[in-house]
Write a protein that binds this ligand. Structure first.
Ligand code: ATP
Length: 309
């Protein structure tokens, strides 16, 4: 049996990667185009997560060695708290998440990124990535059943665990509305899920993975109010008790974040809670006013506009 295990396991891996390629070739190519020159140090130990505390300590980073993408960025995400990144396009929000996931390593002298006091360059990438759950803007689904797509978060997950995760992610009712329920095929050759539904499947998958650290990239595309509420509820379940770092595009969705970092040209220019930042009447207050104004200009009723920001 043991002799069969390795080839079968490999077949599983191959099956998964073929599936994934079929599902969303473009996304996969994008992912693969991320640099692969990040190498583990010889005999690097695994990351040991105790609290899941994240720390950026005077981080400088440039993609091309000339233009800074991040300059002198320092912040902490204490155990179980939620920190949101806001800022205009190109401010450096995604770079913060990419660095924490170790798509790139910091150069010597360009600061430190630590989880529970361990520099992430000193531990294995595999252990780092096991500790981090990612809910991206556009979630990739495999050409397989919904149950498979959710269960992928945890090896050997039972049907009950999959269903509990789908319930917490506000997706269960939608799933059982399909004739084949959890066995419904999704992806290119199955049922096409909306962006909001795909994101809830990804949230359910991440709930099963149960990572101590979370990276969230809020969808930029407009979602209807009901979907937005479902996603917010699903995310509440997900972030509870975990350290989370999220990119927010709609400023109202981060009203309850423990800390908001405002990035501009790769630097943190303001930080505080939603109400503290509004009171500062600076960059964040201007962004907030612009979003309110933008929605008012779109011409719906005033109360709905405020709700939708
Ligand atoms: P958005 O809201 O548009 O996603 P962002 O705040 O996430 O923007 P980043 O993607 O972190 O911004 O980009 C920060 C800076 O780094 C920008 O000047 C951007 O042009 C540059 N940059 C981002 N990715 C790369 C890359 N792969 N190669 C070179 N420069 C890059």
């Amino acid at each position: 049996l043991a002799q069969l295990y390795v080839p079968l396991n490999m077949l599983g891996t191959i099956y998964r990667s073929i599936n994934q390629t079929l599902v969303d070739t473009e996304k996969l190519l994008k992912l693969l185009s991320e640099p692969t020159d990040v190498n583990d140090k010889p005999n690097a130990p695994d990351l040991i997560v105790t609290d899941g505390e994240i720390e950026f300590d005077n981080v400088n980073f440039s993609y091309d060695g000339r233009t800074p993408a991040l300059s002198g960025v320092s912040f902490k995400v204490p155990k179980g708290s939620s920190v949101a990144l806001v800022g205009e396009s190109g401010a450096g929000k995604s770079t913060v998440l990419r660095l924490l996931y170790r798509f790139y390593d910091l150069k010597e002298g360009d600061g430190h990124i630590r989880i529970d006091g361990q520099d992430i360059r000193d531990v294995t990438q595999a252990s780092l990535r096991r500790a981090i759950g990612v809910v991206p803007q556009d979630s990739v689904l495999f050409n397989a059943s919904i149950a498979y797509n959710i269960g992928y978060g945890k090896f050997g997950a039972s049907a009950e665990e999959v269903e509990a995760a789908a319930k917490a992610a506000q997706m269960h009712d939608r799933i059982i509305s399909f004739p084949d329920g959890y066995e419904t095929k999704v992806g290119e050759r199955g049922v096409r899920l909306s962006g909001g539904e795909k994101q809830r499947v990804a949230i359910a998958r991440t709930l099963l993975k149960n990572p101590p650290v979370l990276l969230l990239d809020e969808a930029t595309s407009a979602l209807d109010t009901a979907t937005e509420k479902d996603i917010q509820k699903a995310l509440q379940h997900l972030v509870e008790g975990r350290s989370s770092l999220s990119i927010a595009h709609r400023l109202s969705t981060i009203a309850s974040a423990d800390l908001i970092l405002v990035l501009k040209d790769g630097q943190i220019v303001e930080q505080g809670t939603h109400s503290e930042l509004l009171a500062q009447d600076g960059v964040f207050a201007n962004m907030w006013a612009a979003q309110v104004q933008g929605i008012e200009d779109a011409g719906s009723s005033h109360s709905r506009q405020k709700e939708a920001i």
